[in-house]
Design a protein around this ligand. Structure first.
Ligand SMILES: Nc1nc2c(c(=O)[nH]1)N[C@H]1C(S)=C(S)[C@@H](COP(=O)(O)O)O[C@H]1N2
Ligand SMILES: [Mo]
Length: 454
């Protein structure tokens, strides 16, 4: 192609994309929508004052300090101290200066316990595999992938047995997706209990999962008429079993062997786990070894005595599987201290088991007024979505909250609204599926604490 006409094509395409982006920005519900007017105005003000050479607005403190440090603290001649050499073979580790770790929720036995993701240290939406939360009922099973088999039987035309290699021969799929234990926040119903967002919300993480659509395996086995449910069974000492509606299984469930570009971590169910997009963590069976097709749910321990929701009238609801929309501010969050008034970004995560996040609003006055936060791409269904909100802290007391809406139109409830429906009469005061708005109180000296404000 002639160079000039090629350049004209590129120019035309850039113009079209700019027009499309402008249209998206005008749509108030689009993740590309313009920042709220007050912020846009302030930015304009900063710009015009700077242009006049007027330093009327103080620069953000943190960055001013960083700038000074950059000039004075770097060795004058870094070429005198070479770095450490690259290894001939290695599996990388993070910087020795990085210290974020999962922390175990203190239970009587480490074999049936939880570890929580340090959400306060997260960036973007992917959780590093080494920080993915863990929930295991009988320890981390050790399974040799060469010995592992997946059995598919029950109401099928032809029972099947798959090796890991068999499964990897199917067309694969990869999907960024969150998992959340329905026990996330179980300590927080009646009163604020945990100090940090790691312990109030850290039973959720996002990975890119790779595997095989469950429908491909079920179609190969052939479903018999009348089949409506299936049982998934884990190969760990807990032999975790859950019933899954067949319609969901055929719609978007998959068998994952990959996590963030490599094999599943042992704690996430190596070598094979079931992924049930948007449903409570418990049903995403790890160390998956058996699928049995049936015409009714199996009524296992985990869907009768556990993982049911007791309501105020004494009735318990079974199979409340989808995780409702939820959001939380991860910074600033509990146990942090703000280093003085001025600008800082409020950021956090929002997610919904029913689809994509459509919008997030942030309040700095305990829910009296709300302003729209920016959603950072990618905004994917059933995936953590990062939101950001520019905040000029005036040094006064504040209560920070976030509230999300998903693309079904569902609005994240306040704790008061949720308790009005759910009550507090579960075994520990209601236990599962807490998705209420979280409040962080900021004192005048910048201390951030977990509070209930509703
Ligand atoms: N086989 C088996 N699968 C299991 C569990 C288990 O203990 N055994 N725990 C379940 C629970 S309660 C949750 S919340 C998720 C946690 O997944 P993760 O440990 O990969 O974060 O796995 C689920 N799948
Ligand atoms: Mo869980």
């Amino acid at each position: 192609m002639h160079r000039a006409s090629y350049e004209a094509l590129v120019a035309e395409r850039l113009e079209r994309e700019a027009l499309e982006l402008a249209a998206k920005r005008r749509d108030p519900l689009s993740p590309y929508a313009e920042a709220p007017a007050p912020f846009a105005r302030r930015r304009f003000m900063l710009g015009s004052l700077a242009a006049l050479g007027v330093g009327a607005l103080p620069a953000p403190r943190a960055s001013a300090q960083a700038l000074g440090a950059a000039v004075h603290d770097v060795p004058s001649d870094p070429t005198k101290t070479p770095g450490y050499p690259l290894a001939d073979e290695s599996y990388g580790t993070r910087s020795q200066f990085e210290t974020a770790v999962r922390r175990r929720f203190k239970t009587s036995t480490p074999l049936s316990s939880w570890t929580m993701t340090p959400l306060e240290d997260g960036m973007g939406v992917v959780t590093p595999s080494g920080l993915h939360f863990e929930r295991s009922h009988a320890g981390t099973a050790v399974i040799d992938p060469a010995q592992h088999r997946l059995y598919v039987h029950g109401m099928v035309d032809e029972p099947r047995k798959y090796t890991m290699n068999d499964l990897k021969r199917f067309p694969s799929l990869s999907r960024l997706m969150f998992l959340e234990c329905s026990g996330n926040g179980l300590t927080e119903w009646a009163k604020p209990t945990m100090a940090t967002v790691q312990f109030t919300h850290g039973l959720t993480s996002t990975s890119e999962w790779t595997g095989v659509p469950l429908s491909a395996i079920l179609n190969e086995a052939g479903l018999r008429p009348g089949a409506k449910w299936l049982l998934a069974e884990g190969g760990d000492a807990a032999m975790m079993t859950r019933s899954i509606p067949l319609a969901k299984a055929m719609q978007d469930c998959f068998l994952a062997y990959g996590q963030n570009g490599e094999a599943l971590r042992p704690e996430q169910g190596y070598p094979l786990r079931l992924m049930v997009p948007g449903y409570e963590g418990n049903i995403n069976i790890k160390w998956l070894r058996r699928i049995e097709v049936s015409d009714a749910p199996f009524m296992t321990r985990e869907e009768t005595s556990k993982y049911t929701d007791l309501f105020p009238d004494g009735k318990a609801v079974q199979f409340s599987l989808a995780m409702e929309a939820k959001s939380v501010i991860t910074s600033p969050s509990g146990a942090m201290t703000l280093d003085g008034p001025g600008f800082r970004e409020i950021t956090g995560l929002a997610w919904s088991g029913r689809g994509a996040i459509r919008r997030v609003d942030v309040s700095t006055d305990g829910g009296r007024t709300w302003r729209r936060a920016a959603l950072q791409a990618p905004v994917l269904p059933i995936c953590h979505t990062r939101f950001r909100f520019p905040w000029q802290w005036d040094g006064r007391e504040a209560v920070l909250q976030s509230r999300c809406v998903d693309d079904t139109g569902y609005v994240q409830p306040t704790l008061g609204q949720l308790i009005a429906v759910r009550g507090l009469n579960g075994p520990l005061g209601s236990v599962y599926h807490l998705n209420a708005i979280q409040s962080w109180h900021v004192t005048t000296d910048g201390k951030v604490t977990n509070v209930h404000d509703y």
